[in-house]
Design a protein around this ligand. Structure first.
Ligand SMILES: [Zn+2]
Length: 479
């Protein structure tokens, strides 16, 4: 039999056997069958092959590239080979970061589509005429990144798309009240000509944003939609395990009459918040009078000042844009009526960095579990150590976890840099923040085998049997 077919045949016949035995853990293999299986039929993710270039990690010493290391998330992300500086305020997002961001995008998609949001993609290049119509071409000032095409026509790289989406909806002559509320959103790269980009991905000139726009039949309906979106935002941050506060905000140059910021309290933030010690009340310092010391909501709690990172912003816009661009729908009497709008932003790359900022230790990154680039890192023993023979058990474990827990396929990496000590590799694993690190050492050679599991989010170390390990990892949520 041709060797490829032999492997396929072998696998087909093995499959039911394995799933039956999975009830009580993984199938036991002899070392020789495990290593034949492993060489070609099951590609494993090997740390030695992941592009998280160690050569980039010492960028801290290279001031030309690093610029100022202005905050923890920036330092940790650069050191771990997650981002690499390019121009001021512009970064390479290296593969692990992209994995994490794609997961975050999936969570955002679930939440936005859960309330009826429909995803689209709008051009980044927006004509100045459109922005002149809304009078924002001048109002936006220097933060708007402007350019001219070869014909001398003015454009901007859109930091937000109220004008664009409203013209889109206005072009639809047949929009009926039955189709409202209409919620359109996109997750795209946005541009802002920051005077002083800093804090890594927290304040860049290029970043990813989710921007959603709602169209409703009346003010009442629009306020209801506004409330629904705010609830979806709160649910999103709850799923990520991030403490987020919703504070009353200024409407700025977006316009409208009602606005909230979603802030993650932390000491590097640029916004100043007052949080009640007792209840959920929170406000931006600017919105409260300076004489307020007790919570206006529960009356008893003291207000404590904190800084915050703004990760989301919502605006009720009314007819500000829809009347200018004539975005109308036909009412039950078939008469055109101007829609009521809202807009809702989430800083996608900023949420990633802000999460790292609030969850991490000084030595290593801690991710929201759901969006960690990889969930599990398995460490085989050092080559030449007296427990070297456990290496095969580590490989077997990686294959077994992928088979028994299909959700974890593609989420488990094997740190095959066995020329390095376990201690050194543990340090790297801690720096990168895999939620679960499994050390396969001496205890794995005992009967029954035991695995050391470091749960990085809680700081716990557990010693588990294979079944115990499967139980623990079976509860890991993935997206
Ligand atoms: Zn209170």
């Amino acid at each position: 039999m041709n060797p490829v077919w032999k492997r396929v045949f072998h696998r087909l016949h093995r499959a039911p056997l394995i799933s039956k035995r999975h009830q009580s853990g993984c199938a036991e293999h002899t070392s020789s069958s495990a290593s034949t299986r492993s060489t070609s039929s099951k590609p494993r993710l090997l740390v030695s092959r992941l592009y998280q270039p160690a050569s980039l990690r010492d960028v801290g010493q290279d001031s030309r590239l690093a610029g100022e290391m202005t905050c923890k998330s920036q330092r940790l992300m650069q050191q771990a080979g997650l981002i690499h500086p390019f121009n001021p305020g512009c970064y390479f997002y290296l593969p692990a970061t992209v994995r994490s961001m794609e997961k975050l995008v999936r969570v955002i998609d679930q939440e936005m589509q859960g309330i009826g949001g429909q995803k689209l993609d709008m051009p980044s290049l927006c004509s100045a005429d459109l922005w002149r119509t809304s009078e924002r071409w001048d109002l936006m000032g220097k933060e708007l990144l402007r350019l001219k095409d070869r014909h001398g026509a003015d454009y901007c790289l859109g930091p937000t798309h109220e004008e664009a989406v409203t013209t889109l909806v206005a072009h639809q002559a047949t929009l009926s009240y039955r189709q409202l509320p209409l919620l359109l959103y996109q997750i795209t790269r946005k541009f802002r000509d920051e005077p002083k980009p800093k804090f890594g991905l927290l304040r860049g000139r290029e970043f990813y944003m989710k921007d959603m726009y709602s169209f409703d039949v009346s003010e009442e309906a629009a306020r209801q939609t506004y409330e629904t979106v705010c609830q979806a935002y709160i649910q999103l941050f709850t799923r990520l395990g991030l403490r987020c506060v919703q504070v009353q905000a200024d409407t700025g140059n977006i316009g409208g009459t009602l606005s909230h910021e979603f802030q993650l309290p932390t000491d590097v933030g640029e916004d100043r918040l007052l949080l009640c010690e007792n209840c959920s009340f929170s406000a931006n310092v600017e919105t409260l009078s300076s004489s307020t010391t007790n919570c206006p909501q529960c009356k008893t709690g003291a207000l404590v000042e904190s800084k915050g990172i703004e990760v989301g912003h919502t605006f009720y816009l009314g007819k500000k844009y829809s009347s200018v661009f004539k975005a109308t729908f036909s009412n039950p009497q078939n008469k055109p009526v101007v829609t009521e709008m809202g807009c809702y932003g989430l800083g996608v790359s900023r949420i990633l960095a802000a999460a790292i900022e609030v969850l991490s230790t000084d030595e290593g990154i801690r991710w929201p579990g759901l969006i960690a680039p990889y969930q599990v890192c398995v460490l085989p023993p050092k080559k030449g150590s007296k427990v070297e023979e456990a290496a095969v058990l580590a490989e077997e474990l990686v294959d077994c976890l992928g088979e028994v827990l299909p959700r974890l396929r593609g989420e488990i990496v094997l740190d095959d840099r066995t020329q390095m000590t376990i201690g050194k590799r543990l340090k790297d694993a801690s720096r990168l923040g895999y939620p679960y690190v499994i050390v396969v050492g001496e205890a794995a050679l005992q009967k029954p085998p035991t695995f050391e599991v470091i749960c990085q989010q809680t700081g716990e170390t557990l010693f588990l049997s294979k079944d115990g390990l499967l139980d623990l990892l079976g509860k890991v949520e993935t997206v």
